[in-house]
Design a protein around this ligand. Structure first.
Ligand code: EPZ
Length: 434
């Protein structure tokens, strides 16, 4: 199995570009099920989760073709309404075909996603909302079975501003009879990107980006050819801001939109990181040593849970003690034990981690447990003394496009090694090619 091998201690410099946003592309792809037509989607990251969604759509009868980072999806009716366990178990976001299928085709059979490394992650709010719109939903043999002749508008108050729940219900409401109001909705930029795409196709969505979204149902969305460019990935951009900061480097992150990363950039500046907004990019300059700052994760516009592990890596080498609280997912501190293997001083109490910064981390073999945890370990490896070996990098492949190549291009001594070479442990050279 592949490993990522890093020799730490090199300041990064130059420019690195964030790819398109995985978490915007996934719902936009699922939404093509709402109507026949051709969809030319640009700035789509070539990561595993995107390939999984494309495969899921293919199995439903959607044509899918790649042309560089453009994905062309063609819908001419669908062949079946089932999302199989085999695919859904590899990617929970598959649940987002449920709303479009039942809204457009009147039925859906979608595997329940099951457990996840970062928390229970139930989908009760997705189902509650669809039931409120008149869907008949049963759960049997691990599958959600949903039926509806036509959904109707409803007022839905969400206990939690669930991101994919908001997206699923917004898509379903697009074709419902009447008006739907989503209260306590998620207002992540990815939700706004989906609403913009749907409105371009004739939907009537207002309020996306706020806690109250109103959707006036229409009979159908317009067909034909739709071109759309996905927003850049704010989490990937945030990860690279920290890469520049933690290596005491001087890095420009292209595609980083400050207005989407205010909470993260605020914490970085409080930690002594210099950030300068420039046209289409943000310059980051890492301080000799960052200062400890507390952070607690929250739904957007709060501090993103998808940046928690990366920020913890920075706090592990900060001056002083910080408290990092994971308040969105109940089990998203599994990276702590791996950071401790690298010499980090971290105490966990429930969902809180007290991080006593150390002068220097030391390279070590570590294990990735989920997508963002693996990004946090890569960042720790970039600053650690000596060599780090990150195993289970398939987690990283799910959401970071060409991370190793991008970091090599700005001076990191990082390499991906596979099979035998992973076993014998060859040293990577600075900027070494694959
Ligand atoms: C989205 O997941 C993202 N995934 C996640 O990114 C991200 O961590 C998360 O939002 C929070 O920002 C995609 O967009 C594909 P939620 P989602 O529903 O929608 C509870 C990454 O690294 N909840 O907003 O699944 C839930 O348990 C991934 O790219 C219910 O209780 O997250 C959690 O505690 C990981 N019932 C909270 O809400 C429900 O029906 C927020 O989860 C739904 C959610």
């Amino acid at each position: 199995m592949d490993q990522i091998v890093i020799r730490g201690g090199r300041p990064l410099s130059g420019e690195i570009t964030a790819s398109g946003a995985k978490n915007a592309a996934l719902p936009v792809m699922a939404s093509v099920l709402l109507g026949d037509g051709d969809y030319e989607l640009s700035n789509i990251p070539r990561v595993v989760d995107i390939h999984t969604m494309a495969e899921l759509l293919r199995r439903l009868g959607v044509g899918a073709q790649w042309a560089d980072n453009r994905l062309i999806l063609s819908v001419r009716g669908i062949e079946r309404c089932e999302a199989a366990y085999e695919l859904v178990k590899t990617m929970r976001a598959s649940i987002m075909v449920l709303g479009p299928l039942v809204a457009r085709w009147g039925q859906a059979r979608v595997s329940l996603p099951g457990g996840c490394a970062i928390g229970a992650r139930p989908v009760n709010l997705h189902l509650m909302g669809l039931r409120k719109m008149g869907a008949e939903i049963t759960i049997a043999h691990g599958y959600i079975e949903a039926k509806a002749s036509r959904l109707h508008g409803a007022t839905i108050a969400l206990d939690q501003p669930t991101v994919t729940g908001t997206e699923n219900l917004m898509m379903a409401a697009t074709l419902a009879q009447g008006t739907t109001v989503l209260d306590n909705a998620a207002c992540e930029p990815e939700v706004v990107d989906l609403a913009t795409f749907l409105n371009q196709r004739g939907a009537r969505i207002s309020g996306a980006g706020s806690r109250r979204i109103t959707i006036e149902g229409v009979d159908r969305l317009s067909g034909g050819l739709h071109r759309y460019t996905i927003i850049s990935d704010r989490i990937e951009a945030g990860t690279y801001l920290i890469a520049g900061a933690i290596t005491r480097g001087r890095l420009a992150v292209r595609g980083c939109r400050p207005e989407q990363l205010e909470a993260v950039m605020g914490k970085l500046e409080a930690a002594g990181v210099v950030l300068r907004k420039e046209a289409g990019r943000v310059m980051v300059e890492g301080p000799p040593r960052p200062t400890a700052v507390d952070a607690a994760t929250a739904p957007y516009p709060g501090f993103p849970t998808d940046m928690q592990a990366q920020f913890m890596a920075l706090m592990a080498v900060a001056k002083g003690q910080s408290l990092i609280s994971e308040l969105v997912f109940e089990q998203r501190l599994t990276h702590v034990a791996e950071l401790q293997r690298m010499g980090a001083q971290i105490q966990v109490q429930g969902v809180h981690a007290k991080v006593q910064g150390v002068e220097q981390l030391s390279g070590a073999p570590v294990m990735a447990s989920d997508l963002r945890a693996s990004a946090g370990l890569v960042l720790a490896g970039l600053v650690a003394d000596g060599e780090s070996r990150i195993q289970r990098v398939y987690h990283l492949d799910r959401g970071y496009e060409r991370m190793v190549e991008k970091l090599q291009a700005v001076g990191a001594a990082i390499e991906r090694v596979s099979g035998e070479r992973a076993r014998v442990g060859r040293q990577p050279e600075a900027g070494a090619g694959p």
